[in-house]
Design a protein around this ligand. Sequence first.
Ligand code: DC
Length: 230
Amino acid sequence: MRNKIIIAIDGHSSCGKSTFAKAIAARLGYIFIDTGAMYRAVTLYALENGAITSGMVDEQRVCDMLDDIDIDFRFNPQRGASDIYVNGDLVEGKIRTIEVSNCVSAVSSFGAVRQKLVAMQQQMGHKGGVVMDGRDIGTVVFPDAELKIYMTADAMVRAERRFKELTQKGDNVTLEEVYENVVSRDKADMSRAISPLRKADDAIVLDNSHMSVEEQMAWFDAEFQRVTSK
Ligand code: DC
């Protein structure tokens, strides 16, 4: 077992993957990479540059834009995590709106988009010492990751969590709208043709519907110990 391993965290939308992954990374001194933010950043760029109109995503235009989109992460000590930048602009605060959420499943289903982002993710994580969260990390990006976690939670519990987050930020959304987005993204993510969300055979399941952050951390510590002491 190498010194610093790759930890792959996949699972449903809004089940706290990023919060969990970020906490683990801080605990271990690993780098945390939120791959959903990368798909969201491409979606935001497509929205702002005319490839999405009235919710309709133009695949050809999005794919034609890919070479113009330069994504990078820069560590923000205040958040204890990295912020995402597109062509040098900080977009962290703009990628989590319901508008982006409603289009990101379509954008992330395009082969050319996935090819570009998967290659970047492999480049960022191949040395180990990373906690990467997404939908296809344990199945496609790092199929040999030493520790794979598949996270899930009840859909209404997830919608309530995301609703709270959005309304606290001042977004004008209803719980029903957020619930519908959560359910439809699950469906889209699990049924798309390329790299659908699925549990890797060797992933361990964490259902955190009724678990506190502390309980999740205790669960993780035991699993990490089990894997690294082999
Ligand atoms: O984790 P998130 O909800 O911020 O991800 C946004 C979307 O990006 C999600 O609906 C599916 C897509 N995604 C993906 O297809 N593959 C990944 N590795 C990460 C996210």
